[in-house]
Design a protein. Structure first.
Length: 274
């Protein structure tokens, strides 16, 4: 995505159409579009030809962009789990790992970055009904690997609104749910985590369309991405007007929900009841 956005910026600065750029590398206009959106792999020769077309002659600048192209084609660590993942999910894992700010609303269950191992196993078993024990464990291992990013040295800011429904819907037995609630209380006290609970008592709210995640990146060239998971696919929205609507919805959810301290008290109350 970063390389694609930089290639788009260079192309537009020279006033070159996607069609002309495609012609220069023996490709279609649509391929240039997919390259600029970061949705296809990059051939070094194609990037070299495009840089020449865009008038980039400085060796240092060319080397930097070609290095990005090589990095873009290296498979991420999560690709070793691709045999147990739906086809659209590795893209999300890569984006999540590159984000500096993750904002989310969840209603069905606790967000994957905040799940305990036992709770995650219960969720995966339910979602992968009929899967082998080995496949279930591999999916759980991926979820735990993703969580390392949240507590790493370069951890992102993570702002999450959990609907009370996600906390009351049982996955696993009583001890699993108690462990999950305690984990939420503990991790919500990390400086990079802002956890709020949307209580039933509020009634209707702006999260009526369901769960969503907004990913923001440290590179100014990259637009925010909204991730919407569906039953058989996922949507990645990056148009400004789409992102703005989800940002407004999340802001309203945050304003309507109790703050982090009050939300922890809510979690403690649920823990006592469980």
């Amino acid at each position: 995505m970063l390389l694609g956005s930089q290639l788009r910026r260079l192309r537009e600065a020279r006033g070159i159409t996607r069609e002309a750029a495609g012609y220069s590398i023996r490709a279609s206009e649509s391929k240039i579009s997919r390259m600029e959106l970061g949705r296809v792999s990059f051939k070094t020769r194609d990037v070299e030809d495009l840089l020449t077309l865009y008038g980039i002659t400085d060796e240092q600048e060319r080397a930097s962009l070609l290095s990005l192209a090589r990095e873009a084609n290296v498979a991420g660590w999560w690709h070793s789990y691709s045999d147990v993942l739906p086809s659209w999910f590795p893209t999300y894992v890569g984006l999540e790992g590159a984000a500096s700010l993750i904002r989310a609303y969840e209603v069905q269950f606790v967000h994957g970055l905040l799940q305990t191992e036992a709770y995650a196993r219960a969720v995966v078993r339910r979602g992968m009904n009929g899967a082998s024990a080995a496949d279930v464990e591999k999916r759980v291992a991926l979820r735990l690997e993703r969580q390392k990013y949240l507590v790493s040295e370069n951890a992102p800011e993570f702002h999450i609104v959990l609907d009370e429904a996600a906390l009351r819907r049982p996955y696993g037995d009583r001890e699993v749910m108690r462990g999950q609630l305690q984990h939420l209380i503990d991790i919500s006290q990390r400086p990079n985590v802002r956890l709020q609970v949307m209580p039933f008592s509020l009634g209707g709210h702006s999260g009526e369309s369901g769960a969503f995640t907004i990913l923001s990146f440290p590179e100014s060239d990259l637009s925010d991405v909204v991730y919407l998971e569906q039953l058989t696919s996922a949507l990645y929205l990056d148009k400004h007007e789409d992102v703005a609507q989800y940002e407004a919805a999340l802001k309203e959810l945050q304003q309507d929900s109790p703050g982090p301290d009050e939300s922890r008290d809510l979690l403690r109350g649920l823990l006592q009841l469980s």
